[in-house]
Every structure is written in structure tokens, then in C-alpha cells.
Design a binder for this molecule. Structure first.
Ligand SMILES: *Cc1c(COP(=O)(O)O)cnc(C)c1O
Length: 380
């Protein structure tokens, strides 16, 4: 099969997804333009309520992007400079960056070699008298070990702030049978509507979830220049808003979110079937306590030179990506924290060995067959 016969393969195909729902999206955006309520239009309120209902939490406040949401959440939780927050060593930078900006101290914990989530068995030894919070990142679309994390938080009276930017719609099942959506389990959860996220808009956007009314009020105030009443400022805040055009797009895409999650799971199941038991490819390990929404489908390479693997695939028209090539503790900007190479061996190994395959809601059967065939041919 030649690539010319199939549609160009992309890591994420936002255009094809849009084309399927174009009339609805166009009408919704046109309505906002006609109303010209670009900031705080009614669609923002409606979307917040609809997503709150979908996630089954008590309060949801929208904001400008996920990174803002993490910072606002940390401000709302009342952390003071020097306070320590436990974070995974293998993650996207956003949460660590927000901590550093607020003068808080990120304390890294290595990740589980199978699930790539923060290794909850290593958290307790990192808790000190200065620890105020555990911040799990639900990486790639599966939940961290929230059972253990919530128990530790209760025992040591710590807050829990969830980074659910990649996991919207993932459900966690506790030992007692209770089911909760990722991002609604801890004191505050944060998600992102960056275009390539599972629920993405046409620009930047984010939201913060909580079941605590006092925290909800603080979050809302901080995201609005620290004011409850216009021009009366009770706290130092920021300006972070989801704009109305983005909310209008998100209201439509939310209706399709379950379908999108199913589509991603179908793609993942096909990859799983193709590569399980492969001597050089470790397929994603599913946790029994969490559903997976496959923001990324990430393989761990075993004795394969990643560079030549990705180059080979690129030449065949199959894009791949590495999330993430360098652990946070070895980044130039975070040298001041005093970590060194070897401190988090799993995170460091994963940065060398992970590779993500094309994953989106519009992958066609022939495209996926071609991706699988191309990968297999590398090993022939
Ligand atoms: C995308 C992402 C963020 C940040 O979201 P933005 O909306 O781009 O600021 C935070 N954490 C994780 C894990 C992410 O994947």
C-alpha cells in the first residue's frame, strides 16, 4: 500500500473532526458574533453548567487555560511561599511551573514503570512538616492511584490538586465501589481545552472543578482580579477567562465527548491487539481502577533506538511524538531545586523510551492498518 492512497496521517486531525460537525459549530460561532458578547456571554455560563453536570461535581469555574487554572487553584488553596507540593517527576511542565512562580517547592516522586503515573507507594516518604498538597497528574488519560493518594492526604491533612488536563471523562472506581470523574476527586481539579486535548476548543481554555463551596468562591474571585464585586478587590488575583466563542464550540463538542472517548478506545484496542506480546513494544498498561480516555497512546520501547524508529516511521508518512523527552528535575530552569541525574530512574528511563502514536477521533481503518504495518516492518 502506498501512502498516496490513504489520507495523510496526523498525530491529531482537528480538521476532520471539525468537518463532521461543521454546520453546528459554524452556527454556534456565528450566534456569538451576532450577539457580540465576546466576554462572559451566556454560552460561558451554559457550558460551565453542562460540563459540571457531565462531571457530576458541585462547582465548575472556567478560565483562560489549564496552566492558569493550576495557578489559580494553588492561590485559592492558600499555599504560602516555601510550602512543599508533591508532584510526579515524569509530567508536563505546567503544574511545576505554577508552583515555582508562586514560590512553592515542587517535591518530585518517581512514577510507576507500568502505568507511568506518580508512584503512590513512594509518596509518604516525601511528606515533611512543610508539605501542604499532593498534585497527581493523570497522565495520557488514565487516573493516578487516587485511592492511596486520598488516604495519604487524609492521614497527613494535605490538600489534593488534580491535573486532569489529559483525562477529562476518565472515571476512577474506589475500593468501596464509589465512582468519580477525574478532576472531581481532590479538593480542586483542573482541566484544559487546548485544541488537541480530548475536549478541545479552537484556542485556549480551561476549567477548575471542586465540591467545596468556599473554594469555589475563592477560585471565582481570584480568576476575576480578586474581586467579588466590581472594582472592589479582596485578594490579589489574575485575569483568566474562557471567552464566549470558545464556550460555544465546547458546548457542541461536549455532546460528542463520550463518542470521542469511544473512538479513541477503539483505536487503542486496535493498537493493543497489534502489539501485545511484541518483544520490543510495551503497550499501555490499563489500571483496573480507572477507565482510560487515551489522550495519548504511548508505547514503551524495549531495546529499540527511538530516534531511528521515529525517523523510519516519519519517512513512511507515520508521525510520532515523544511526551516528554526530558524529566522536569533535569530541566535547566529547575536546576535550582538541586536534583541530579539518577534521582528518578523510572522517569529518566521513560523519557528515553516512550513514544506516542497517532491518536485522535478520526483515524480511518486504512490509516491505522498502514500505521501498524509500517511499525511491524521496522522490525522485519
Ligand atoms: C495541556 C496540559 C496542561 C496545560 O494546559 P494549557 O491549557 O495548555 O495551559 C497542564 N497539564 C497537563 C498534564 C497538560 O497536558
Amino acid at each position: 500500500m502506498k501512502t498516496a492512497e490513504i489520507k495523510k496521517i496526523q498525530m491529531v486531525d482537528l480538521r476532520s473532526q471539525y468537518e463532521k460537525i461543521k454546520p453546528e459549530i459554524d452556527a454556534a460561532m456565528q450566534e456569538v458574533i451576532d450577539q457580540s458578547a465576546f466576554i462572559n456571554g451566556s454560552q460561558v455560563r451554559h457550558f460551565a453548567e453542562e460540563l459540571r453536570e457531565y462531571l457530576d461535581c458541585k462547582h465548575l469555574v472556567t478560565c483562560g487555560n489549564g496552566t492558569d487554572g493550576l495557578q489559580i487553584a494553588m492561590m485559592a488553596l492558600g499555599f504560602k511561599p516555601g510550602d512543599e507540593v508533591i508532584v510526579p517527576a515524569f509530567t508536563y511542565i505546567a503544574a511545576v511551573e505554577a508552583l515555582a512562580l508562586l514560590g512553592l517547592k515542587p517535591v518530585f516522586v518517581d512514577v510507576d514503570p507500568d502505568t507511568f503515573q506518580i508512584d503512590a507507594t513512594q509518596i509518604e516518604e516525601k511528606i515533611s512538616s512543610k508539605t501542604v498538597c499532593i498534585l497527581p497528574v493523570h497522565l495520557y488519560g488514565q487516573c493516578a492511584d487516587m485511592e492511596t493518594i486520598m488516604k495519604l492526604a487524609k492521614k497527613h491533612q494535605l490538600s489534593v490538586l488534580e491535573d486532569a488536563a489529559q483525562s477529562i471523562g476518565a472515571e476512577y472506581v474506589f475500593d468501596d465501589g464509589k465512582r468519580m470523574q477525574s478532576g472531581t476527586i481532590g479538593d480542586i481539579g483542573v482541566t484544559s481545552f487546548f485544541p488537541s486535548k480530548n475536549l478541545g476548543c479552537f484556542g485556549d481554555g480551561g476549567a477548575m472543578m471542586t465540591n467545596n463551596p468556599d473554594l469555589a468562591e475563592r477560585i471565582r474571585m481570584i480568576a476575576t482580579h480578586g474581586q467579588k464585586r466590581k472594582y472592589i478587590h479582596d485578594a490579589i488575583g489574575v485575569n483568566s477567562r474562557l471567552d464566549t466563542l470558545q464556550a460555544s464550540v465546547l458546548r457542541i463538542k461536549l455532546k460528542y465527548l463520550n463518542g470521542y472517548i469511544d473512538a479513541r478506545n477503539q483505536v487503542a484496542a486496535n493498537y493493543d491487539a497489534a502489539f501485545k506480546n511484541h518483544p520490543h513494544l510495551q503497550i499501555p498498561v490499563r489500571m483496573s481502577q480507572s477507565s482510560h480516555v487515551f489522550h495519548q497512546y504511548t508505547l514503551r520501547l524495549k531495546e529499540v533506538e527511538r530516534e531511528s524508529f521515529s525517523k523510519y516511521l516519519a519517512e513512511k508518512g507515520v508521525p510520532t511524538m515523544v511526551y516528554y523527552p526530558m524529566p522536569v528535575h533535569l530541566q535547566e530552569a529547575y536546576k535550582f531545586l538541586g536534583y541530579k541525574k539518577g534521582d528518578f530512574p523510572i522517569a529518566e528511563a521513560l523519557c528515553q523510551e516512550v513514544i506516542s502514536l497517532p491518536m485522535h477521533t478520526e483515524i480511518e481503518d486504512d490509516q491505522q492498518a498502514y500505521i501498524i504495518k509500517s511499525i511491524n516492518s521496522f522490525f522485519e
